[in-house]
Design a binder for this molecule. Structure first.
Ligand SMILES: *[C@@H]1O[C@H](CO)[C@@H](O)[C@H](O)[C@H]1NC(C)=O
Length: 225
């Protein structure tokens, strides 16, 4: 059963709040992504317990998933309200996630995840950096797990990003992880109080903002080939 819906939710305020609770060094500038740079890596471990994808029997009990009855849906999952609007999709399986990513990015999409959680909360060295799509500004769909009684991903479309695949080394230059990083090039629509600006000391639209793809989060881009 496919429950594919596009709902309008407030994303930046929401994500900001989620992240603010979690750790330091959440955000950084793109210039850090150069071989040999030492930086603190935020704790990218998923703090949410393992959940399962929705069972069809539960899906059948969900209120119908449309923008109109968003309030009902939020009550169902006890989600609180928050700020700015963006198109997102609630996902129940990898297949549906891929369908959504394709609908936004084109027929062929590539899924990227950070390999493991090593380096979390530590000082690490940036190893080889591969620039996805040659470092061109591109678009992506990022899917985060959300705090639901079951495993659900919220996916949102982000128009202007650069995506990197980054080797994470210890300070002794031993490779421990391969992490995906997304840099948001256009931050002009972000809230002034977004934790990225507090951390980096800047304001909406003035800087790009980069962050790691956390454990269990997923980044999709179009397949360049
Ligand atoms: C990057 O953008 C340039 C200019 O639009 C284009 O010619 C090139 O093919 C792109 N590179 C990749 C790897 O997509």
């Amino acid at each position: 059963m496919v429950i594919v819906i596009v709902i309008v939710i407030y994303i930046h305020a929401c994500d900001g709040r989620k992240w603010a609770k979690w750790a330091k060094s959440l955000f950084f500038r793109e210039k850090m992504l150069n071989e040999g740079v030492v930086m603190q890596m935020t704790d990218i471990r998923d703090k949410i317990h393992k959940r399962q994808f929705l069972f069809p029997t539960i899906i059948a009990k969900l209120p119908s998933l449309t923008t109109k009855n968003m309030n009902l849906l939020k009550q169902f999952f006890r989600i609180s309200d928050n700020g700015a609007t963006e198109k997102r999709m609630k996902e129940t399986s990898m297949d549906e996630m891929e369908i959504f990513a394709s609908s936004m990015l084109g027929p062929k999409v590539v899924l990227r995840k950070t390999l493991n959680v090593k380096g979390s909360g530590k000082n690490v060295m940036v190893g080889r950096v591969s620039r996805i799509q040659g470092g061109n500004v591109t678009e992506s769909v990022t899917c985060h797990q959300e705090v639901f009684p079951v495993m659900l991903y919220f996916c949102h479309y982000i128009p202007m990003v650069r995506v990197y695949n980054v080797e994470i080394l210890t300070l002794q230059r031993i490779k421990i992880n391969q992490a995906v990083d997304v840099c948001h090039i256009d931050t002009s629509s972000w809230s002034r109080s977004h934790p990225a600006f507090l951390e980096l000391g800047s304001a909406p639209g003035e800087i790009e903002v980069c962050h790691w793809i956390f454990q269990n989060d997923i980044s999709w881009t179009a397949d360049a080939n």
